[in-house]
Design a protein around this ligand. Structure first.
Ligand SMILES: Nc1ncnc2c1ncn2[C@@H]1O[C@H](COP(=O)(O)OP(=O)(O)OP(=O)(O)O)[C@@H](O)[C@H]1O
Ligand SMILES: [Mg+2]
Length: 151
């Protein structure tokens, strides 16, 4: 059974600078099964991020349908983790505060249980995320997705 069903998805952006409608994706359809690993490949500007942003619930499609476990996506939710193309970190807070931001927004405090799992052991938790390497930041963003999903 498919977990994610995308049917005839379409998105047009309106460019307020040129007053033009920009077709980003048109007639995109695919299904993703439970535990299936799917990659979206294509040249720059073909609409990969647009599709992912619609699945994440960040933007609404102009047409078509996206069903997650049979239900339409109405907005972002803790059932979907997103690792952004450019790092979406808060540079003025620590690594730990970045990872636990989602929990904080939901009123859950699990910082104490998370510290040992960040770095070896908890070495990076208090660090400035800008001072850590790109791959470490990538892992931290992925961790924050997992934190939101399992909480
Ligand atoms: N907010 C926006 N306003 C206007 N046009 C946009 C906007 N976001 C994306 N576009 C346009 O929509 C099309 C698809 O963009 P998108 O970012 O989804 O492509 P992409 O496949 O992720 O590209 P890349 O590989 O460079 O990340 C492009 O023509 C882009 O210029
Ligand atoms: Mg992109």
């Amino acid at each position: 059974m498919s977990v994610l069903t995308i049917t005839s998805l379409r998105k047009e952006y309106f460019d307020t600078y040129t007053n033009e409608t920009i077709p980003a994706i048109d007639d995109v359809s695919f299904e993703v099964a439970e535990s299936e690993f799917v990659s979206i490949l294509g040249p720059s500007g073909c609409g990969k991020t647009t599709v992912l942003n619609i699945i994440a619930g960040f933007i609404e499609p102009s047409g078509g349908e996206v069903l997650l476990r049979g239900r339409p996506i109405l907005g972002p939710g803790p059932d979907r983790g997103v690792v952004f193309q450019s790092f979406a970190l808060f540079p003025w807070t620590t690594v730990l505060q970045n990872i636990t931001f989602g929990l904080k927004m939901r009123g859950i405090d699990r910082r104490g249980t998370l510290v040992p799992s960040i770095g070896r052991p908890g070495r990076l938790a208090g660090r400035d995320p800008v001072a850590t390497t790109a791959s470490a930041n990538c892992r931290n963003v992925a961790r924050s997705s997992g934190v939101c999903r399992t909480a």
